[in-house]
Write a protein that binds this ligand. Structure first.
Ligand SMILES: [Zn+2]
Length: 293
């Protein structure tokens, strides 16, 4: 299995802002970029006084234009390092830590963190999952210690539906309630009809067989956690990573920001067998995708 990029490697590849800009140039335009003005290939040189390249004909190219790096006062290498941190952690990067590691003020750290999360959470079409899929619903966020309310009525919490293919990808969705029609709509959309599905005993899952799924549930209330091949340990493992991280590092996550956090943890989960790809893939997103916000 591949390993995440060690910090020594990161510093060798990106020792300064110019090296980062050169990488951005090659990601966006390739190494054999044809000058749009004179048509010559590969003659671009870095300008010494600004973050741009120039062709021998005098045409300028600005690799940061159209990316979140453009118009940011934070140097490019700090952005790269922030992305590096997000793709080498298991539990996320709170703004306080970004502030310390990047030597920027809190507001800047907060903004950079949320911008990176926004790109981590970009939905890449979410190809359907199948095989043996575990489905579970949970509540995340909101409640501060000591408000007393627990369970489904807890205030400020948001319902989240999680669907994970064993050995494969995870898809999460924020849902308004856990009614049968709500859950079925998402399941039918994202899970192949020939999949085997494991859930808990919640009534809302009871009709899945009608849609062609092979479905069985374990009865958690009766302390039954495994029935043959059926259990929901994988999806519960995901919930516990994200809940522990939010509790431990992100003091409070509002419903407005929750989709970004979910997307962040989904990103790391779906690339967990290819940790060496997490950083370059994220960098490519910031360099080339339009964010949805
Ligand atoms: Zn040219």
């Amino acid at each position: 299995m591949s390993k995440p990029m060690p910090i020594t490697e990161f510093l060798k590849l990106f020792p300064n802002d110019d090296a980062c800009l050169a990488y951005l140039f090659s990601v966006r335009y390739g190494d054999e970029f044809e000058c749009p003005k004179c048509g010559e290939e590969g003659l671009f040189k870095k300008l010494s006084n600004m973050p741009a390249y120039t062709c021998s004909c005098g045409h300028h190219v600005h690799p940061m234009v159209g990316t979140p790096f453009y118009n940011s006062h934070t140097p490019l290498q700090k952005w790269f390092y922030a992305m590096y941190l997000f793709t080498t952690t298991r539990h996320g990067v709170p703004a306080k830590e970004l502030q310390r590691q990047l030597s920027v003020n809190y507001k800047t750290a907060w903004r950079i963190g949320h911008k990176i999360r926004e790109y981590l959470a970009l939905v890449d079409g979410d190809p359907p999952i199948g095989g043996h899929t575990e489905i579970d619903e949970t509540m995340i966020g909101g409640v501060r210690e000591g408000t007393g309310k627990r369970g489904r009525a807890a205030e400020g919490k948001t319902f989240v539906l999680g669907m994970v293919e064993r050995g494969g990808d995870i898809i999460t969705r924020i849902i308004p309630d856990v009614k049968r029609t709500t859950l079925e709509r998402h399941i039918i959309r994202h899970v192949d009809r020939d999949a085997t599905i494991s859930t808990d005993e919640l009534n809302s899952y009871k009709r899945l067989k009608l849609y062609g799924y092979k479905h069985a549930s374990v009865n958690h209330k009766a302390e039954e956690f495994v029935r043959g091949e059926h259990h929901t340990n994988t999806i519960e493992g995901f919930w516990s990573i994200i809940k522990r991280s939010i509790r431990g590092t992100h003091v409070h996550v509002s419903a407005r920001h929750l989709p970004k956090y979910l997307g962040e943890f989904e990103y790391r989960w779906n690339l967990r067998h290819r940790p060496d790809q997490m950083f370059p893939y994220l960098l490519r997103r910031l360099a080339t995708s339009q964010s949805k916000a």
